[in-house]
Design a binder for this molecule. Structure first.
Ligand SMILES: NC(=O)c1ccc[n+]([C@@H]2O[C@H](COP(=O)([O-])OP(=O)(O)OC[C@H]3O[C@@H](n4cnc5c(N)ncnc54)[C@H](O)[C@@H]3O)[C@@H](O)[C@H]2O)c1
Length: 284
């Protein structure tokens, strides 16, 4: 079975990006969320992306129209997924909530549909236990913002079949992304490495060894990274960075201790760019 119709569950930052990218490359897309207002917000965000694409001459008007018409919003989950060849879940990063959804997806989708999760830190193998088709469950970990970030980590659950892995790879390529395969494990590839990098940067700051600006300058000029690790943490969101750090700590042991300074900032509501302040300050 070729993947032509997908359902994206969750119309937030990642779900809208995945829906946009899939529609841009000719797939039929349905988009679902728990409230109509969240779907409406997601559709507005997609229209904004299309508008920016046209302004930057990345899309012509025909392509823009095809993207908007190619994404059908559905508040009813059953309706949203019934014809899908593949479902891509991009809802809250919470195991119980994801398992509850996957049990419903198992019931509502065609028996041969692939069920993919965009989780950035949870176990794909465990999510798959909520279904009777663990062979067809896989991780497709896109990066933010989806339309510019080229990578998709294909996260192999313990029971993901070869056919499912191949289909997920083809799907990523069809969306003009570069897939890499990784076995289900804490942080997969990118977040495991970035977690270590950001953690050490925060510890250097915490120990008073260098200023935040100098730490970031050191890594941009000394390691040729496009942004410094503290700016990157502010971009990702310090609450998300802390949640990822906790997962890495639990899964990989004490070399991944969550820095105290990170937890203090989250406690104070200093969440990075989205709250105006993290390791640095941001104005609109
Ligand atoms: N934001 C990132 O940088 C990033 C990057 C890679 C992966 N991820 C992962 O992608 C997933 C989504 O992240 P996000 O940043 O888009 O989150 P978000 O908070 O922007 O959006 C999540 C959306 O899911 C909806 N939702 C929650 N429960 C639902 C349910 N049961 N059914 C339907 N919709 C539901 C919410 O209403 C919300 O609109 C998470 O698993 C996250 O870890 C995020």
């Amino acid at each position: 079975m070729e993947i032509n119709r997908i359902a994206v569950i969750g119309a937030g930052a990642m779900g809208t990006g995945i829906a946009y990218q899939a529609a841009r490359f000719g797939l039929e897309v349905t988009l679902n969320d728990i409230k109509q207002e969240f779907i409406d917000k997601g559709i507005s965000k997609i229209k904004e992306m299309v508008k920016t694409g046209v302004e930057r001459k990345k899309l012509d008007l025909k392509e823009a129209k095809a993207i908007i018409e190619g994404i059908k919003p559905h508040l009813d989950l059953k309706e949203a997924v019934k014809d899908a060849d593949m479902v891509v879940e991009a809802i809250f990063e919470n195991m119980e909530v994801k398992k509850e959804l996957f049990a419903k997806l198992d019931e509502y989708t065609k028996p041969d549909a692939i069920l993919a999760t965009n989780t950035s830190s949870l176990s794909v193998t465990e999510i798959a236990t909520a279904t009777k088709r663990p062979k067809k469950v896989i991780g497709t970990h896109f990066f933010n913002p989806v339309y510019t970030m080229k990578l998709v980590e294909i996260v192999l659950g313990e029971k993901s079949s070869e056919d499912t892995i191949e289909k997920a790879i083809e799907f990523a390529k069809r969306l003009d992304k570069t897939p890499v395969k990784v076995k289900d494990s804490p942080g997969f590839i990118v977040n495991r490495i970035l977690g270590a990098l950001m953690g050490e940067a925060i510890k250097i700051l915490e120990e008073g060894l260098a200023t935040g600006r100098d730490i970031d300058t050191a890594m941009t000029l000394g390691a040729n990274h496009p942004v410094g690790p503290l700016t990157l943490a502010d971009f990702v969101g310090l609450d998300i960075a802390a949640a990822t750090a906790n997962t890495l700590h639990q899964g990989l042991g004490d070399c991944y201790q969550t820095p105290k300074l990170l937890l203090e900032k989250v406690e104070k509501g200093e969440l990075g760019m989205k709250s105006g302040k993290g390791f640095f300050e941001y104005t609109e």
